[in-house]
Design a binder for this molecule. Structure first.
Ligand SMILES: Cc1cc2nc3c(=O)[nH]c(=O)nc-3n(C[C@H](O)[C@H](O)[C@H](O)COP(=O)(O)OP(=O)(O)OC[C@H]3O[C@@H](n4cnc5c(N)ncnc54)[C@H](O)[C@@H]3O)c2cc1C
Length: 379
């Protein structure tokens, strides 16, 4: 008899696994707490502005993985959107990520050589920069740090950058040429019909039940299936017995404006603390859709997560990582037929391509080695 698998959560991790395991002959059921599929990648078409709204924050797909790209293009076509964000600070716009145009805007330098010489002069070297502020000062000096990084970071994390690990910002590239393509990956784009369509196609023929909270009946669900893949929060699964894992949450304020183009770009960051939001997304630019006289914008505010809010970014402090480790040990000791996956199950920030790759790998392992394999390699 084929294995009966319950998948909890219709984000990329759960949906890819559901597709792969179903295609391999397993009998999969997927339950989702929300009233819609897609997890945080869910998009909704907005007729007034003729574009897809990224309901849980702007999502730009990018990957260098041939395998992930080939897999996803089975379910959608991508447009050729390229992410070139800007930053507004003290009434002026700056090019992001930091590149030669940014250095021209701040210092008036014109060539890579001039830019390198200027940065060498202004940066404040530090032997072992182990917090975000010291690291930034050692890389770009105080002007750029104050204009583009400090205020944004303080709003995003509500913490002094001196208390944050440098690792948060090490992803921010600094370029001495005019390349402002944020991701630079080989493949990049936005699904032409929105993200939700991908999930509709991926879950075709699979038993999906929406509006069902697994945790309301956890033990009964586990009893009814051979194996459970849980992509919800690992601390909630264990009823917070080892403590609560911290997240940053977000609040979105969306509005339709009577103008065909509000800001001329998909994303503009706001680097000052006086402006309460961190960025504005103008959704039609993601779709490269300019047919309507109206536009849909979303202001994004960062906030501390509290019970009842959506969880967005895991906070990678040592305390949280220790708590996570205790839950992982508990999961092992409990010996339940449950796999924890995805950004909430593993308490780890994943981009979409990473979570898809992780789910594809997990599906292969399940099919090769059985469902009792350890989760260790993913944690
Ligand atoms: C603001 C923001 C912007 C982002 N932008 C990008 C980007 O530009 N590019 C990129 O590649 N990645 C981006 N990401 C990352 C992307 O959102 C994740 O990679 C992806 O959503 C992870 O998929 P997942 O399946 O692990 O989790 P999710 O998408 O969160 O799916 C988990 C699902 O499980 C459900 N669930 C939870 N608990 C239960 C329960 N008890 N019972 C039933 N269902 C439950 C949830 O409702 C949810 O639908 C961004 C993330 C954020 C926060």
């Amino acid at each position: 008899m084929s294995k009966r698998i319950l998948i909890v959560g219709a984000g990329f991790y759960g949906s890819v696994l559901a597709r792969e395991l179903t295609d391999a002959g397993c009998s999969c059921k997927l339950i989702e707490r929300r009233e819609q599929i897609g997890g945080n990648c869910f998009t909704r078409y907005n007729e007034e502005a003729d574009c897809h709204q990224h309901v849980y924050g702007p999502h730009i797909f990018h990957t260098n993985s041939e395998e992930v790209w080939r897999y996803l293009t089975r379910f959608t076509k991508f447009n050729n959107f390229v992410n070139r964000p800007k930053s507004m600070s003290a009434g002026k716009l700056y090019s992001l990520p930091i590149n030669l145009m940014t250095l021209y805007q701040v210092y008036g330098v014109n060539t890579p050589e001039e830019a390198k010489a200027t940065i060498e002069k202004v940066r404040i070297p530090c032997d072992s920069p182990n917090n975000l502020e010291d690291w930034c000062l050692s890389q770009v000096g105080p002007e750029i740090y104050e204009l583009l990084i400090k205020g944004y970071t303080m709003k995003q994390w509500r913490r002094d950058p001196k208390e944050l690990p440098a690792s948060i910002i090490k992803r921010l590239p600094i370029r001495f040429n005019f390349d402002d393509n944020y991701f630079r990956d080989r493949y990049q784009g936005i699904p032409e019909e929105g993200y939700t369509k991908i999930f509709e196609r991926m879950l075709e023929g699979i038993d999906v039940e929406l509006g069902v909270d697994f945790l309301a009946d956890r033990d009964e669900w586990i009893r009814r299936f051979d194996h459970v893949v849980f992509t919800g929060p690992i601390d909630a699964f264990f009823n917070y017995t080892e403590g609560t894992l911290e997240y940053r949450s977000l609040r979105f304020e969306s509005e339709i404006l009577d103008t065909p183009d509000f800001q001329g770009n998909a994303l503009i960051n706001y680097g000052e603390t006086q402006v309460p939001y961190t960025r504005i997304a103008e959704h039609k630019h993601f779709d490269l859709s300019y047919s309507k006289d109206k536009t849909l914008i979303t202001r994004e505010y960062s906030q501390e997560w509290q019970e009842g809010m959506e969880r967005y970014y895991p906070v990678g402090t040592q305390e949280n990582l220790d708590t996570l480790r205790r839950y992982q040990l508990l999961a092992k000791e409990a010996g339940l037929p449950v796999t924890f996956g995805g950004r909430l199950g593993q308490y780890k920030y994943f981009d979409m391509h990473q979570v898809i790759a992780a789910a594809l790998t997990k599906a292969k392992r399940f099919l090769q080695d059985g469902f009792e394999v350890s989760d260790e390699e993913e944690n």
